[in-house]
Design a protein around this ligand. Structure first.
Ligand SMILES: *Cc1c(COP(=O)(O)O)cnc(C)c1O
Length: 484
């Protein structure tokens, strides 16, 4: 393996992986010890041939690679990678641009500007909003809330960027009872505290209750930030922003929306109603690496008050050449300084899909979620726990012989994971275990849903010792066989 160059070896290994990703067992059963044995060992004293390093890595890592890019990975909300986005991502690596400031990569800066405009248009958000391309929605939430912190304290006569939070006026942070865990990490990073928030009760499906928000807002008079959500990770439910926005603004609060995947419903005429009122918020965090199907890492932070957004992040130094001619210096809009030109894959994904393609991707995933719910509803003992309004299906299984549905559901999840036809995870919903099935991959088909629903039904019938066997005909090869 010294005849080829490393890029050819990588391209060949990537093609082989992608050709087989739909057919390999979806999860990974490799243990840390096995992977360490294959990949570990002492640091070599002398270097190894580059092509060989890449070839060895492709082979040794393979058992630990999860087919989350494939069509039957329904865990978390992970998306996939559109071919155009992946191609652009490869080029981004080859170009190795530093997208921090314009002079380091004019092309990266302009492509980000273009992609930002397209995203605002797709989401129906104000064209004047500023956009930062960050690593994911965790950092998008952090970026937006940093802008929020700046703005609400500026209105209270306090420059938080210079003076910090020491002695600052209080900020009241109000979050929905179903806020995503990353909101709390963002609040911790920003000195706003994870535990001093006021939590607003949610209705059954996880949407924020406007009457409870009204009560929460009635108490205070000072600076306030309200964190709402589009797309509950369990149910897909979206907070009623049309009612929430006037309540928040009536009190002078900043309204932030965590729309990691739910904001994408705004791109679809069929699902846009779920996001009604979204344009009235002050900031929005979303992901491109989830529903837009670009490779990791890719999140988007959008802020209406671009002055507050810039104030939170801009840096100046004698050696930095910045600004002028409406040039975008990306570091003004993100917590990072030097960084990958992650706008290229976002641009490529949007251009390859077009407006209609983005909507079709969202609609197809939602249709597949409904199909899965329909199939699982027919499984004896299964109960669909959510209104399948978006791309998430939440289900619980009761054992035929009676007993604890939570423990049984957990056992079904484990059996499905061991079987390898598809992969999905568990959660706790209203105090008991539930199975989560999430759709966000461009390559998933109705046939994948049928095959996966059959595997889940089999697991629910209790084929504990049958894991990996007794698959429906035409199903996966046994674990361990190499993908073609
Ligand atoms: C996934 C998710 C996040 C975090 O996004 P990352 O891209 O993983 O950082 C935040 N909020 C919601 C609702 C999510 O689904």
């Amino acid at each position: 393996m010294t005849t080829s160059d490393p890029l050819s070896v990588a391209a060949e290994a990537a093609r082989r992986f992608l050709a087989g990703v739909a057919d390999r067992p979806v999860g990974s059963a490799a243990t840390p010890a096995e992977l360490t044995a294959a990949l570990g060992g002492p640091l070599p004293e002398d270097g190894v041939d580059a092509a060989r390093v890449v070839a060895d890595l492709a082979r040794a890592a393979d058992p630990g690679i999860v087919a989350s890019a494939g069509p039957r990975y329904f865990g978390f909300v992970v998306g996939g990678s559109l071919p155009a986005a992946m191609g652009a991502d490869w080029l981004t690596t080859a170009w190795d641009q530093n997208a921090g400031i314009y002079v380091l990569s004019p092309a990266a800066a302009v492509v980000e500007d273009v992609a930002a405009g397209w995203l605002l248009d797709l989401f129906g958000l104000p064209a004047s909003a500023s956009v930062g391309f960050v690593t994911g929605c965790q950092m998008a939430n952090t970026t937006c809330l940093a802008a929020a912190r700046n703005a609400v304290l500026r209105r209270a006569g306090w420059d938080v960027e210079q003076r910090g939070l020491f002695g600052a006026p209080q900020i009241e942070v109000i979050v929905g009872g179903e806020a995503h865990v990353t909101i709390f990490t963002s609040l911790r990073l920003l000195g706003l505290g994870a535990a001093r928030v006021r939590t607003v009760a949610a209705v059954e499906q996880g949407r924020m209750r406007p009457d409870a928000l009204r009560d929460a807002l009635a108490g205070g008079t000072g600076s306030a930030i309200v964190c709402a959500q589009l797309g509950n990770v369990n149910t897909g439910a979206c907070d009623p922003l049309e009612e929430i926005a006037p309540l928040a603004h009536g009190r002078g609060a900043w309204l932030h929306v965590d729309g990691a995947f739910g904001l994408w419903a705004a791109t679809s005429p069929r699902h846009r109603h779920l996001t009604a009122g979204a344009a009235r918020a002050d900031s929005w965090a979303t992901d491109a690496h989830k529903w837009l199907n670009v490779p990791y890492d890719s999140g988007v932070a959008i802020v209406t008050d671009s002055a507050a957004h810039r104030a939170a992040f801009t840096a100046t130094a004698a050696y930095l050449v910045k600004g002028g001619d409406g040039r975008r210096d990306a570091e003004d809009w993100t917590p990072e300084f030097s960084r990958r030109a992650r706008g290229f894959p976002v641009y490529a994904a949007l251009r390859s899909l077009g407006r209609r393609g983005v909507a079709a991707l969202v609609d197809r995933c939602c249709d597949l979620a409904r199909l899965m719910a329909e199939r699982l509803r027919a499984v004896p003992g299964a109960e669909i726990l959510n209104d399948v309004v978006l791309n998430q299906v939440l289900v619980r299984f009761r054992p035929a012989a009676g007993g604890d549905a939570g423990a049984f559901t957990q056992a079904v999840i484990t059996r499905v994971q061991q079987d390898g036809t598809c992969w999905l995870g568990g959660t706790t919903w209203h105090g008991a275990a539930a199975m989560r099935v999430s759709f966000s991959n461009w390559s998933t088909t109705a046939a994948d849903v049928e095959r996966s629903a059959a595997a889940i039904a089999q697991a629910a019938r209790g084929g504990a010792s049958q894991a990996g066997r007794g698959r429906p005909r035409g199903s996966l090869p046994p674990r361990g066989r190499r993908a073609p």
